[in-house]
Design a protein around this ligand. Structure first.
Ligand SMILES: [Zn+2]
Ligand SMILES: [Zn+2]
Length: 367
């Protein structure tokens, strides 16, 4: 072991998942680090993403307790010796982790990192170590585990931001919003006048709607079961909405476009919606699957489905771009947010599951 000669340890508080479905309990833990290439971040806020909730509900109780959270924002507290571009006091947004060494990472495509799964869902560093081992808990979720007062991240998943915007507003840019907007702008490259249907108008879907308005997609159809979310979709750029509990989605899309649709962004993970997305597609149309499935191009007339990770975004480029768009009024994602105290994390999760809150953000500490 040739990393740090002296092991640094700090006491932190974190929301720990010990049993399937929760509740998460805020506990005092000991965290080792930062190592030479790591950055210790004191978290100011963290968004809650659907993936956190999916892990919570799917957790096997035989596994070790874990700390979730992957939309952190905070202030750099300490940096390891090999960290070059960040220093104590820098405000940062945390995003997904990548290895930095594989071919995809080296060619500027970290969302396709060959070690993406281990780096984000391994609950350990890529070398197999775990900074929370002393407390018998596993962290490093998305290279951050941000449901905590402190995170260990790296230059690869930290984005330095300016001091003029509240970190609690910026926190959710690191996953959900980047994914929705990046899918439209980077992955699909939707051009002016192309038609789009967004299945599921949660945070990811609404980010796709806002980005679609930006690039001039038309029509932009929001599909959801919650009238309140559909109303918001209209305000954020959807030209039409379809309530899939009350309306026949395929028939409505046919009425609106006169044919099918050029692109579908599928965020619901429902097998019926997945099939419906293919059924309503124009020839050469594309379904973007944002739910972890991989795509297929064996569909007739050039149609295809593609699995997209993190909107193919390089966080250090894309998040500052989204912040600029937000400041200019073109990406008003603050309208999706609802703030909760860290101690109310279980209520925030419950509100999100019911669909009452689109994007919960936990307030963890003062700036
Ligand atoms: Zn990699
Ligand atoms: Zn996420």
């Amino acid at each position: 072991m040739n990393h740090d000669s002296v092991v640094k340890v700090q006491k932190i508080k974190a929301a720990v998942l010990r049993k399937k479905g929760g509740p998460l309990k805020i506990e005092s833990l000991e965290m080792e680090g930062p190592r030479d290439e790591e950055v210790l971040v004191r978290l100011v806020a963290s968004g809650i993403c659907h993936t956190d909730i999916a892990f919570c509900d799917g957790w096997e109780e035989a596994d070790n307790a874990v700390v979730l959270g992957h939309e952190g924002a905070g202030v750099v507290e300490r940096v390891g010796k090999k960290v070059k571009n960040l220093k104590r006091g820098d405000p940062v947004v945390l995003s997904y982790q990548s290895c930095g060494r594989c071919r995809q990472c080296r060619s500027g495509h970290p969302a396709h990192c060959q070690h993406f799964y281990e780096a984000n869902f391994g609950f350990q560093r890529l070398d197999g170590s775990n900074a929370l081992q002393r407390s018998g808990v596993r962290g490093h979720f998305f290279g951050q585990s941000s449901f905590a007062t402190h995170s260990l991240a790296s230059e690869r998943n930290l984005v330095k931001v300016s001091k003029d915007l509240p970190l609690e507003v910026l926190a959710p840019l690191g996953c959900g919003l980047q994914t929705g907007a990046g899918t439209v702008i980077n992955s699909l490259g939707i051009s002016k006048g192309a038609s789009l249907a967004v299945f599921g108008t949660g945070a990811v879907g609404l980010a796709a709607v806002m980005a679609a308005r930006l690039v001039g997609s038309h029509p932009i159809m929001g599909v959801d079961m919650k009238p309140k979310r559909l109303q918001l979709a209209l305000q954020l750029g959807a030209t039409h909405t379809i309530d899939n509990r009350r309306q026949d989605v395929a028939a409505r899309i046919g009425d609106i476009t006169g044919s099918g649709v050029d692109y579908v962004v599928e965020t619901t993970a429902s097998p019926q919606m997945h099939q419906l997305a293919i059924d309503v597609l124009n020839p050469h149309g594309v379904v973007a699957l944002l739910t972890g499935e991989s795509g297929t191009d064996s569909l007739p007339e050039g149609r295809k489905t593609i699995g997209i990770i993190q909107g193919d975004a390089v966080p250090q480029h894309f998040i500052p771009k989204l912040i600029e768009l937000y400041k200019a009024g073109y990406f008003p994602f603050d309208r999706l947010l609802k703030f909760y105290d860290f101690g109310d994390i279980n209520k925030a999760i419950a509100d999100s599951k019911r669909g009452d809150t689109i994007k919960p953000v936990l307030r963890i500490s003062e700036v």
